[in-house]
Design a protein around this ligand. Structure first.
Ligand code: HEC
Length: 125
């Protein structure tokens, strides 16, 4: 699993020119240690799709928050946090501690679920 990710990262790095640093960044972020399929299931279970449009999750067409498509290519989370694995899982678990006025609720997401959700979100193109 990890060696496949590494091989892919090397392949993309070899094909990459200066213009695709965002792709390299996304690939670097993919090795989260979480499970993409568990993350997809968790997103459905927590009801993230009530507020977000999320490809691959049935009924996730919410328009309250930004679409989560291509989140791995974005530089900032919620306009404030640099997009790292730690910051993404922190935001998913405790958005109010980042920005007390955000509309995104504290949903009681566990640490494991947040890691799986991050793996899933970073897999979205
Ligand atoms: C009640 C609506 C609501 C629910 C439910 C919700 N969110 Fe959000 N979410 C938001 C809003 C609004 C923002 C924009 C936050 C801001 O900028 O303050 C946001 C922002 C985000 C961001 C940052 C997006 C970006 O482009 O920077 C991520 C990632 C995210 N949410 C993931 C999740 C996940 C995962 C869940 C489920 C565990 C979830 N959200 C549930 C409303 C919601």
């Amino acid at each position: 699993m990890h060696s496949v990710t590494t091989a892919l990262a090397l392949l993309f790095a070899a094909l990459c020119t200066a213009g695709c640093s965002a792709n390299a960044r996304q690939l670097a972020a993919i090795d989260t240690g979480g499970s993409v399929s568990s993350g997809r299931a968790a997103v459905a279970r927590y009801g993230c799709g009530a507020c977000h449009t999320i490809p691959g999750v049935a009924g996730a067409r919410g328009l309250v928050g930004p679409p989560l498509t291509g989140i791995g290519k974005r530089y900032y989370i919620a306009g404030e946090l640099p997009n790292t694995l730690e910051n993404l899982t922190h935001w998913i678990r405790h958005p109010k501690s980042v920005n007390e006025k955000t509309l995104m609720p504290e949903l009681g997401v566990t640490g494991k679920d947040a890691t799986d959700i991050a793996a899933f979100l970073y897999s979205l193109k």
